[in-house]
Design a protein around this ligand. Structure first.
Ligand code: VGL
Ligand code: ZN
Length: 197
């Protein structure tokens, strides 16, 4: 049983958005076309309250894309993005949202970021996705979406580590790629057993 995990194809990660990924919108037609071949389609949605601790705006003088320490470890500070209910948090207008069986929101706790669709950035608070997939009998997952080097990367590593047969469709992902983060992500994914295609 195969699930397609469509990670964070939201306006803020597309050109013109608050945390735009170059060419992020280019993957939408290919992702839409892939959906019908799967037993389950799950969309994830980055979903932060106003004033989320991952926003540089909450850290005095610190710049977006700089690093800070959170109680759970190092954290990159981002521009304000994907604020709950905002247009930026909405899915890309052309994404086939109606085809989704489940929309999983993450990053909704003010004090913890969540890159992965499975565990928050403390690496232990579960989102519930593992239980959902297992109770539907899913054994294999394919990941697509934004951004390759952050939310897709963490989700793929966790899926493989949890024992799902995990494939990444690199052609249907786009990266932020800061300071070598894409190369690092590719290495971490293949080390975890993710098949990169
Ligand atoms: C993401 C940074 C912050 C992502 C989400 O979807 O890759 N990146 N929040
Ligand atoms: Zn975020």
């Amino acid at each position: 049983m195969q699930a397609l995990l469509v990670i964070d194809i939201q306006n803020d990660f597309c050109p013109g958005g608050a945390l735009a990924v170059a060419d992020g919108d280019a993957i939408v037609p290919g992702v839409n076309a892939l959906m019908d071949g799967f037993d389950a389609v799950v969309l994830t949605q980055d979903w932060h309250p106003t004033g989320h601790r991952s926003f540089a705006s909450q850290h005095g003088g610190l710049e977006p894309f700089s690093m800070t320490q959170m109680p759970y470890g190092p954290q990159i500070l981002w521009p304000d993005h994907c604020v709950q209910g905002s247009l930026g948090a909405a899915f890309h207008a052309d994404l086939r949202v109606d085809r989704a069986d489940l929309i999983l929101r993450k990053g909704f706790r003010s004090e913890i970021d969540s890159y992965s669709a499975f565990f928050e950035n403390d690496r232990k608070t579960p989102t519930g996705l593992e239980g959902y997939l297992r109770s539907r009998g899913i054994t294999d997952v394919t990941l697509v979406g934004l951004a390759t080097d952050f939310c897709v990367h963490y989700s793929a590593v966790d899926a493989a580590t949890l024992g799902f047969n995990t494939t990444l469709r690199e052609d249907l992902c786009r990266a932020i790629d800061m300071d070598g983060s894409l190369a690092q992500a590719r290495q971490a994914m293949s080390d975890a057993g993710v098949i990169l295609r």
